[in-house]
Design a binder for this molecule. Structure first.
Ligand code: BGC
Length: 757
């Protein structure tokens, strides 16, 4: 079969009957096969193809009856492999994103069902993250180096025949390459395809001298297409634009079907919101063009971008042959395919929308790496955002595998000094680290251990955790205090001075508080692993003493919050009382940013202010979690007022509508509102503390959490003058209601308390 037909066939099948393609499965004995690939060669193109994505090809006969066949493969760039016209596997954007200088994941697919007598294996390679100009707003030598890297492919196809013989085809100069129909593809700017192009000028591949020591078996979750969404409507905007509204902000790409003439042009770009006039808007994508261009061939065709992704709810059709109808378009949702483990529902519709927005925030930003946002010229693994959200993330989805992989990258990219970069993979290797960002090194492993109960993550990360604390100690000017260093502070704090993104909480105070917390986590981890951590325990005491001496009074909401949360205040109840008074004098509204917001509700409800915490959660006016919901949000916004009351936007410079950080409120809903808590001595929910904080304004709240020990189900309902609690626990539980505690064994229970309590 000619290559052009293969391309068309694969595309059509992929987008129209996504689940019916005979997809190759990941192979069982992948680790053995992985070891073998290290023996083979990298190949590349024999000349520079600039923007055009090359396609590599190997044809071969399998004249005997095949028992089994597997393809072991990875690339420098993102690859899409097609065997005899069918996509190999369902891994989108393979091989994912790692610290490429140190680690590159290898995939193994069972391709037995795809083989025929005469075979053609084709692999198209796009720039992906490997050669992308990440991040968009910086120009540096390191970035130029990465963009100039060659594309590369390493693969090995192993065929076992029924007669006992075997055959291995690996990447070498018997492979050929040509220019593919993909004329351009890149993470920020999108994809350009000319479907008329028939790869024909096949030339021998060249051997590429590139490290094979970086190759590792697949560690993270597979990135997959997980849902298809039909357009809600096609809008004609006041500016005369044709805009498709999918009704939900997603990460992925749009597929389209069209009957066209060769040379007809289709082009579109992506946006998250409409402006106050109802017109298309995407200035907030900054330099990321997020554009798709497709030149049609003759006839009916179905296509979607294959080597990049976008964050979007709206698509503006810039060029389309004929009339655009809803049935022509589908949004395809793409993310790391994690198992859902947490569910929340309540009697408050807006709160339910908030829960949905948080889940979509995670789906939109867990694309192999926990990213800040999926649309503008960032899409980076910001460490601060990851540590803020990890707890919520670990309840909503099973992210053990996802975080263990990312934390390995964090350790791999940790600098010689022990410093942890602002983003992981560290594409800004000269940018200074910051407190609450670098602390992802300690906070994320600890949370993964707490949620899932396996020590493996701590064993893997202990050295990295310790090195981060040692780094801070090495730059302190006064023992026990982290001062005089760059920090992001309480990023986006609402008490920021005009023109600043940093809240007014003292940066040295925040930095020292996180220094204490990270040191404490090193002590706890070390003890669990049987290490001598007495020096870190002494250091922790020293930091606490220095903190109390240096910051005898606390000023902002965030300062109070971290002092309580990290055990730094000598009298936490008094500090919580002061915090509650401060919040009231601030008009019962948040003034916190990235640092204070994830913890503020926890410290309030822990010290007797659950009602005030609920006031903050249920606030419908800016600033509050429900305000974006009242403005139609379908994901979590970077700013509480990304869209203001008058319909105007926050500055386009920094205004993402899919930024999961403030979605961290969900861990408070699970733990304090619904009452599903564990204590540190029983990680992984091997025992449960059930201590809910109901609020009549909701009527009812249910939370289900699938743990390693089974599913915990809870629901409280306000009924007349009492509250009914339903608890189904797979493990022994300590039930704390009405100020009384009692132990119960695993089982299903109903309790009642008086509403007035
Ligand atoms: C990102 C944030 C990130 C921050 C660092 C921003 O541009 O989008 O989420 O944490 O920079 O302060």
């Amino acid at each position: 079969m000619e290559m052009a037909q293969h391309f068309v066939l694969a595309c059509q099948i992929m987008t129209t009957v996504i689940d019916m393609v005979p997809k190759a499965k990941r192979c069982q004995n992948g680790d053995d096969l992985f070891m073998e690939i290290k023996r083979y060669s990298w190949i590349t193109t024999s000349r520079n193809t600039d923007d055009v994505c090359p396609i590599f090809r190997r044809t071969f006969s399998a004249g005997k009856t095949v028992l089994s066949a597997s393809l072991t493969i990875t690339a420098l760039g993102v690859y899409r492999a097609v065997l005899n016209g069918s996509p190999v596997g369902d891994f989108v954007l393979a091989p994912g994103w790692t610290s490429y200088d140190n680690r590159l994941q290898v995939q193994v697919y069972d391709v037995t069902s795809l083989l025929t007598d005469e075979n053609e294996l084709c692999v198209t390679i796009g720039r992906g993250w490997f050669r992308s100009p990440l991040p968009g707003w910086i120009n540096s030598k390191d970035k130029q180096r990465r963009v100039a890297q060659p594309c590369g492919l390493i693969a090995c196809l192993k065929i076992q025949y029924e007669d006992g013989t075997a055959e291995t085809l690996s990447t070498d100069t018997d492979w050929t390459w040509a220019e593919s129909p993909v004329r351009f593809s890149e993470i920020y700017d999108g994809e350009r395809v000319d479907a008329r192009v028939i790869p024909d000028d096949w030339q021998s591949a060249a051997i590429l001298d590139w490290s094979r020591d970086i190759l590792i078996p697949q560690e993270g979750e597979t990135i997959r297409e997980t849902e298809c969404i039909a357009p809600k409507e096609i809008i004609r905007t006041p500016a005369g634009e044709t805009v498709i509204d999918f009704g939900q902000e997603v990460t992925g790409y749009m597929a389209f079907s069209v009957t066209a003439k060769a040379g007809d042009r289709i082009s579109f770009d992506h946006g998250e919101v409409l402006d106050s006039f109802g017109c298309f808007y995407n200035e907030n994508y900054r330099s990321a063009r997020s554009m798709v261009e497709y030149i049609c061939r003759d006839g009916q065709q179905t296509w979607h971008p294959q080597l990049t992704f976008f964050g979007f709810r709206y698509v503006r059709l810039l060029s389309w042959p004929g009339e655009a109808r809803p049935e022509n378009f589908t949004a395809i949702v793409v993310h790391s395919d994690m198992q859902r483990t947490g569910w929340l529902a309540s009697g408050n519709t807006e709160l339910n929308q908030l829960f949905s927005n948080i889940v979509w925030g995670q789906r939109g930003n867990f694309l192999d790496v926990p990213t800040d946002c999926p649309q503008r010229d960032e899409r980076l693994g910001w460490t601060g955002d990851a540590q803020v959200f990890v707890r919520t993330a670990s309840y909503l989805y099973d992210v053990e595998r996802f975080f263990r992989k990312w934390l390995h990258d964090l350790a791999a990219d940790q600098r010689n000094t022990g410093e942890v970069g602002q983003v992981i993979p560290d594409v800004m290797p000269t940018a200074e680290c910051s407190a609450a960002w670098g602390d992802a090194a300690t906070i994320c492993p600890w949370q993964i251990y707490q949620t899932y109960g396996s020590l493996k993550v701590l064993e893997d990360q202990f050295d990295s955790m310790r090195r981060w604390v040692d780094f801070i100690s090495s730059v302190t000017k006064t023992p026990g205090l982290w001062t005089e260093h760059f920090h992001f502070g309480d990023w986006l704090g609402l008490d920021a001075k005009p023109g600043s993104y940093k809240g007014s909480s003292r940066e040295d105070l925040i930095a020292t508080a996180f220094y204490a917390y990270s040191t404490d986590l090193v002590v706890k981890t070390g003890r669990l692993l049987g290490m001598d951590v007495s020096a870190y325990a002494a250091l922790h005491d020293e930091i606490v003493t220095a903190f109390r001496r240096t910051f005898p009074s606390l000023v902002t909401q965030t300062e109070h919050v971290v002092a309580i949360q990290f055990g730094l205040t000598p009298d936490p109840q008094k500090t919580a009382d002061d915090l509650a008074a401060l919040i009231r004098s601030d008009g019962i509204q948040l003034k916190t940013g990235f640092v204070g917001t994830p913890y503020i509700l926890h410290v309030l409800s822990r010290y007797g202010y659950a009602g005030l915490a609920w006031d903050l959660v249920l606030r419908r006016e800016y600033p509050g979690w429900l305000y974006p919901v009242t403005k139609g949000a379908t994901t979590i916004w970077e700013h509480w007022d990304g869209i203001r009351e008058d319909g105007s936007f926050w500055s386009a410079d920094m205004n993402s509508f899919n930024h999961y950080s403030y979605g961290a409120v969900a861990d408070w809903i699970f733990e304090q509102a619904a009452g599903i808590q564990h204590d540190e001595s029983h990680p992984g929910f091997s025992e449960l503390i059930y201590a809910p904080h109901p609020d009549i304004r909701l009527g009812w709240l249910s939370a289900d959490l699938l743990t390693r020990h089974g599913k915990i189900r809870t629901k409280w309902t306000c009924q007349g003058d009492h509250i009914r609690y339903e608890l189904s626990t797979p493990v022994p539980a300590l039930v704390c209601l009405n100020g009384e505690t009692r132990r119960v064994e695993k089982g299903d229970y109903v309790f009642f308390t008086s509403l007035n309590h």
